[in-house]
Design a binder for this molecule. Sequence first.
Ligand code: HEC
Length: 412
Amino acid sequence: MKTGFVVITLAAAVSGGCGWTSRENLQASVTYSKDVAPLLSKYCVECHQHGGIAPFPLQTYEHAKSYKGSIVRAILSRHMPPFGADDTGLPIQNSLWMSDTEIDVFESWLAQGAERGENIAPLRPSRSPFVIENPSIEPKMAEPYQPNVTSERDEFRCFVLDATASEYSFLTAIDVIPGVKQQVHHAVIFQLDKEAQGNAEAADAQDPLPGYDCGSGMFFGSIVHVWAPGMGAVKFHPGTGVLIYPGTESSGKFLMQIHYSYYPGGPLPDQTKVQMAFGTQTPSRLITVSGINNVNFSIPACSAPPCAPHTSEHRVTYGSATRIYGIFPHMHRLGVQIQLNLTRNGQTTRLVNVPKYDFHWQRFYFLETPLDIAVGDELSISCTWVNNRNEVVTVGERTIDEMCLAFTYQEF
Ligand code: HEC
């Protein structure tokens, strides 16, 4: 039923509604070149291209055909494209959330024998990611590090970076350039104050290898950026910027926490760098990474499957007005769904909903239109986990603990 309906809509759109009568004919109309290829270039090719971060390209009919089964499975399960926020919240910049109709196209294509249609040129991504042309500074890991990961074990490692700002500056765009893109799954950039820098440098000095092991913890100073693969460079909304203070002997350095994960062919020595662009003018609005953090939850143990989902909600009321530009929802491995809502005068608006949370694919969702918050507005975060372990799980920084928080880029 569902498939037939979609195919008819599509066929009507391309044929102008004339000529085709039987349903068999209509169904036969889904082809790679006409229907599937445009969706691949819109949603997949930016990563699935030669030299991209994905393990194989999806740029030709032959590529798509040889992976057809896994493509459809990955799309149906919403594992791919790796973009967790659905379309029930506020509009998000460069969203990769596929509509059900688009998903049906892939299903129908597979069901009908994955036809080629006309010959077409190899696909290119439909949008070119923003890149920082002339970074003001490029702090990087002082030396390459060979991650200590296996297919069972990820690593979280912290590095004090080698460059700082020479004067008070306003960050207007930032990017992270992974040394080995297949294994850098996440990077959080902090600017350290005096105490945090002392702690970081002491920990670094104790570890004979570059950097030091820093768990999955995320709190080391003020967060400048949270990066995930596929995000590309971030350019903050016009007229806004993050204040960066100058590096001195004892403080002001950047710390980068990297989440390394295993990939076939790795691990390889990695030397990741950060690109920062500073604005020439003082921005009219300073922004900073802030957030909402639910620390009061206890996920019951599960002695035998099926283990029931457990949800916990946390609310904060704003005492001053602000403006939110971006939201980064975060849980650990047991997380299955996370949602943020805003209640004003009894009316609730959904901000972001991630219906199939994937620990490996977290990202900052930048709102198309910044959201103004008024005094008295209530922000809520709701997290759902499925605990398959026979022990209670509570808040903590280790990957086996859980979290329920969201970072926000918001007005300072
Ligand atoms: C942001 C980058 C990115 C985008 C966009 C993306 N992929 Fe992937 N894809 C990856 C990476 C990295 C992997 C390997 C790691 C993993 O599976 O999470 C992968 C793995 C896969 C796999 C193998 C794993 C599996 O689940 O079977 C398939 C199939 C796949 N992608 C299909 C697609 C399709 C189809 C699209 C578009 C609808 C797409 N991908 C969009 C990065 C991406």
